[in-house]
Design a protein around this ligand. Sequence first.
Ligand SMILES: Cc1cc2nc3c(=O)[nH]c(=O)nc-3n(C[C@H](O)[C@H](O)[C@H](O)COP(=O)(O)OP(=O)(O)OC[C@H]3O[C@@H](n4cnc5c(N)ncnc54)[C@H](O)[C@@H]3O)c2cc1C
Ligand SMILES: NC(=O)c1ccc[n+]([C@@H]2O[C@H](COP(=O)([O-])OP(=O)(O)OC[C@H]3O[C@@H](n4cnc5c(N)ncnc54)[C@H](O)[C@@H]3O)[C@@H](O)[C@H]2O)c1
Length: 448
Amino acid sequence: MAKAYDLVIIGTGTSAMVASQRTAAAGWKVAVIDFRPFGGTCALRGCDPKKMLIGGATAIDHVRRMRGKGPEGEVRLNWPELIAFKRSFTDPVPAKNEQRYAEKGIETFHGRARFTGRNTVQVGGETLEARHIVIAAGAEPIRLGIPGEEHLTTSEDFLALEQLPKRIVLVGGGFIAAEFSHIAARAGAEVTIFQRGPRMLPNFDPDLVEVLMAKFREIGIDVNVDTAVNAIEKDGSGFVVQATSDGQPRTLKADLVVHSAGRAPALESLDLDAGGLAHHKGRLKLNEFLQSVSNPAVYAAGDAAQMGPPLTPVSSHEAKIVAANLLNGTAQTPNYLGVPSVAFTIPPIAAVGLSERDARAQGLRFRTQHQTASEWFTARQAAEPTYAFKVMVEDKTDRILGAHLVGPHADEVINLFALAIRQGITAEAIKSTMFAYPTGASDIGYML
Ligand SMILES: Cc1cc2nc3c(=O)[nH]c(=O)nc-3n(C[C@H](O)[C@H](O)[C@H](O)COP(=O)(O)OP(=O)(O)OC[C@H]3O[C@@H](n4cnc5c(N)ncnc54)[C@H](O)[C@@H]3O)c2cc1C
Ligand SMILES: NC(=O)c1ccc[n+]([C@@H]2O[C@H](COP(=O)([O-])OP(=O)(O)OC[C@H]3O[C@@H](n4cnc5c(N)ncnc54)[C@H](O)[C@@H]3O)[C@@H](O)[C@H]2O)c1
């Protein structure tokens, strides 16, 4: 006999938590399913544990930058201690999550879910039948289709390493490669990045990435762009990485090879066809309401939906939209205006709104403030010369079209630009705002 629900959600990450709580609060009978410990990527295997490691590495980096300016003596990162500190946060997450679901009357199932019909999913030996199903299954590392890819360490495994090996190769040059390389280099590893694309961090402003690349060089990260990894071979206790760089073969020995070559919606095991769910090239076909185009009972949110950028605040926003559409009728669409993104390198790089290239491609008329600001107080007091910005303001409306920052506090200051872009606050209004001094935000007036 199938168990009956108003809503079954596949996943227990950010999207699932938000959607389940809102619908349960409205009196719906809700169940969530996960085959991993409850809590999802951000809290257990992504943003939060990563930020804890970045915190340790940042402390080391700050002391090193201040050498000869007060702080004295050698500091080094004790990796096992840092990982233990990270675990003090991550270990309690699954039990806390289970408790939150229980308190809200949301039923929980452990196991891999798959569709067996348009309104049914199976988990373990049980069949759950629901008026609606939300796919909040997140993303997983893409398959590279290269020999030896089974030797790759995932981002999940990297964040749980009890010891940090000496020679580390990162395959790919986006968010994960940038962040992990900055952590590992501060911890004393020899780090090499093989990035297939022509530059690192393609989601960020090229001029600011160029400023940040000086930091990669300074801390000894060997960045190879236009370099694709073709094969990974086992070599004793280590590996040999085979790559092609500008058409030339390249070989490198490593103790650890990390997958940082992209993630895609985790849909493979769901049996989408059994659920009557249209899909194309590994993506669900959804309408603007985040609803399946072929089965209106099913919605998706977060990384599994891949409608907006695969970031935690987007997952949360989409889950709110899905919950509203379920509860009040399908009418709301997600709004991706002013979604900030940060790569937590040390220092961080951040972006919100349009890139300069997209603003030009759209034929917009705007002024650009772009400067390397190593001599500004914010940079000097932190002994961090990596400090630059690019901000575009539309001529006609005085609205901010895009803001791009690299340097101390970029990860926090970008939020003020996000607020301005999303709420339509003009450059003049920001300039007339008083910001506490001396803070990262007190530089904003000079960036406009
Ligand atoms: C290393 C790393 C660092 C990141 N750092 C940041 C950051 O700093 N800031 C930021 O905004 N974003 C960051 N992200 C992205 C962010 O973690 C995701 O966008 C977000 O967690 C997605 O949430 P979600 O609810 O859509 O999916 P998830 O949190 O991934 O939840 C999906 C859940 O579904 C489960 N599941 C999958 N398939 C099935 C199935 N068939 N049956 C049952 N359960 C299933 C999975 O086990 C998982 O627990 C990072 C990602 C990674 C990998
Ligand atoms: N701070 C954050 O917000 C944060 C941090 C980590 C991850 N994430 C999320 O997780 C997702 C995945 O991160 P990611 O860094 O794995 O992917 P990414 O999409 O940021 O970068 C992947 C890069 O790998 C390269 N690549 C692909 N195949 C390759 C190969 N065979 N050899 C060499 N290079 C190859 C691509 O050129 C691409 O630039 C991101 O899209 C992001 O949304 C976010």
